[in-house]
Every structure is written in structure tokens, then in C-alpha cells.
Design a protein around this ligand. Structure first.
Ligand SMILES: C[S@@+](CC[C@H](N)C(=O)[O-])C[C@H]1O[C@@H](n2cnc3c(N)ncnc32)[C@H](O)[C@@H]1O
Length: 296
């Protein structure tokens, strides 16, 4: 399925509206080692989601007296798949078919280089679709009514592509309504900005192991950015406070004022268990990723 006009495809090869393309592929290919810690966090989270999904499917099977979908028919929809630089091949191998959506024409070729050999060995079918899957989400959902949906580090770039933070924030807030009744998850940028770490070597390797680079977060209400109440590792505080403390832990100076807000703090319904994780995107530039799963 290629639903994008020719000239848009050409532009997307280079930057995908500032969200991917050649620049992303080159940076990702050269950053594999620095990103390893974060990739492992994402993999852990992906397997946790699969466990929840299987438990839910088993419960549905019981309800419909064994007529539900068996393990033999596990479908995945991957939105913003790119070349799967941050994706776990082991996790992909848990599915019987994969539908990968991206606006970047380079995505199919490079994704295959990274994952196809292992998937082919297991006979897993992967289909690529060149489509704006956020704009066309309803169409994607109805095409794959039984699939698990994973937004693969794409929602945090939506405001960059739209070049309109307010519009992106509104569209992302209503995404959860369009996904109602589906089992879905996402990893996305929450904040990003410059870091300076004491005792830091060039890569940040020395301090990474010692810092609590992940947090368990649950948003308790939908009030605005700073005043919203959240539980962080079981303790109630404000989102503003949690954000400031976590960014300082990552090495933001002095309190993360220069950091970019990716307009994603309301992507998940309130009450969704979330994980925040640091991502050393470049030597002195870090992202705070948010990951979650929901069946709401
Ligand atoms: C940061 S990259 C994703 C990285 C990817 N998950 C990986 O591990 O390599 C964001 C990707 O989302 C794609 N993208 C951006 N907006 C999109 C949309 N509306 N629909 C589908 N793909 C989109 C970009 O082309 C880019 O490949």
C-alpha cells in the first residue's frame, strides 16, 4: 500500500518531515552501542506488553469457549517502524504476521536488512505500507481488527512533522479515543535536551549504570502539564516535580528549562502504568522516553 504522492515520497527519503529518513538511519547506524542500554529497556517493555496481551487473549478465549485467536495467529501492527533500529528481533519473532507502517520509502529495505533474515527463518510474514498511519489510523485499525498495535517511537515527532505543537498535542490527546477497545502500546519521546554529567566520560558510559535511569510513573489526572498529579515509584507528586527531578537525574542543567516538550504527556489514558527511561541520543543530548501499554 503506497498512499503517498511521489514528491512527498522523495522528501520523506531525506527527513520524513524531520522525524526520520536518511539523517535518522545514518545516526542510528552509528549509535548502536550508545543506544544498547535503552534498546534493552524497550525490549523488556515489549515482552511485558506481550505477556499482558496473551493473558487478555486467553481470558477472551475462555469467555468464547475456545473460539478466540490461538497463539498460532498473533498479528502485529508496527507504526513508525523505520528500519527497526531500536526494535527487538526476538520480540518480532513472537508474531505470525507483521504489518509495518511508515512514511519513509527507505523503511522496507533497511528494516529487512536489520530483521528479515531471522523472521524468514521462522516463516514470519512481514508486509510494508507507505502510509501516514496517524492520519489514517481508523483505516489501519479496521484493516487489522485483531492485531496488537505498537507505536514505535513515532508519536513524539508528530509535532515536528506538523510544525504545530498545539495541533499535534490535540491530535495526540484524541488518539486514545480512536484506539478504544484495542490493545496498544507506545514508546515515544516525552522530553529531550542537553545534558552535562559530573564524572562523565565522552559517552556517559561511566555514570549510566549508577543512575536510576528509569522511573515507574502513573498519571492520576488530566490537568495541565505541571500541576497534574502522578505517582512516581509509588509516591504521589506533581508531574512538574517528577519531570524536573528525572531530567536532573539524566544530567539536565540547571532544571531542564531548555528541554523540548514533545507534547506526548497525555497520549495514554490516566491510570496507565508507564515507564520513563533515559536515552543517550547523542553524547551530550538525552531524551526522556515514555513507554506504556493499555487495553482501555
Ligand atoms: C524516530 S523514527 C522511528 C524509529 C524506529 N521505530 C526505529 O526503531 O528505527 C520515527 C519514524 O516514524 C516515521 N513516521 C513519522 N510520522 C509518521 C506517520 N504519520 N505515519 C507513519 N510513520 C511515520 C518516520 O518516517 C520515522 O521512520
Amino acid at each position: 500500500m503506497n498512499a503517498l504522492p511521489f514528491f512527498v515520497n522523495i522528501k520523506n527519503v531525506f527527513t520524513a518531515g524531520g522525524t526520520g529518513g536518511l539523517a535518522w538511519h545514518l545516526h542510528a547506524a552509528m549509535s548502536r552501542e550508545r543506544w544498547l542500554w535503552t534498546r534493552t529497556q524497550i525490549e523488556t517493555h515489549l515482552f511485558k506488553g506481550l505477556e499482558l496481551y496473551c493473558a487478555q487473549s486467553a481470558a477472551q478465549r475462555d469467555e468464547s469457549k475456545g473460539k478466540g485467536k490461538g497463539k498460532g495467529e498473533r498479528e502485529l501492527v508496527l507504526i513508525g517502524a523505520s528500519a527497526g533500529w531500536m526494535m527487538s528481533t526476538r520480540w518480532l519473532e513472537e508474531f505470525t504476521s507483521i504489518d509495518a507502517y511508515d512514511i519513509d520509502p527507505l523503511s522496507p529495505l533497511l528494516f529487512k536488512l536489520n530483521h528479515a533474515k531471522a523472521l524468514a527463518k521462522k516463516g514470519i510474514e512481514i508486509r510494508f505500507h507507505l502510509l501516514d498511519a496517524i492520519d489514517q489510523l481508523s483505516r489501519v485499525l479496521s484493516k487489522h481488527p485483531n492485531a496488537l498495535i505498537w507505536f514505535d517511537n513515532v508519536l513524539g515527532q508528530h509535532h515536528i512533522r506538523l510544525k504545530d505543537s498545539a495541533l499535534a498535542s490535540t491530535q495526540l490527546k484524541i488518539l486514545q479515543r480512536r484506539l478504544k477497545g484495542r490493545f496498544w502500546g507506545s514508546v515515544h519521546d516525552l522530553y529531550s535536551g542537553p545534558v552535562q554529567r559530573a564524572n562523565d566520560s565522552k559517552s556517559g558510559e561511566n555514570v549510566r549504570g549508577k543512575l536510576p535511569m528509569t522511573l515507574k510513573v502513573i498519571r492520576l489526572d488530566n490537568s495541565d502539564q505541571n500541576s497534574a498529579r502522578v505517582k512516581v515509584n509509588g509516591v504521589e507528586t506533581s508531574l512538574g516535580q517528577a519531570r524536573q527531578q528525572f531530567l536532573q537525574t539524566l544530567g539536565a542543567t540547571p532544571a531542564g528549562q531548555a528541554w523540548l516538550d514533545h507534547e506526548t504527556s497525555k497520549v495514554f489514558p490516566t491510570g496507565t502504568p508507564l515507564t520513563w527511561a533515559g536515552w543517550d541520543f547523542k553524547p551530550n543530548y538525552c531524551h526522556c522516553l515514555e513507554m506504556g501499554w493499555t487495553l482501555d
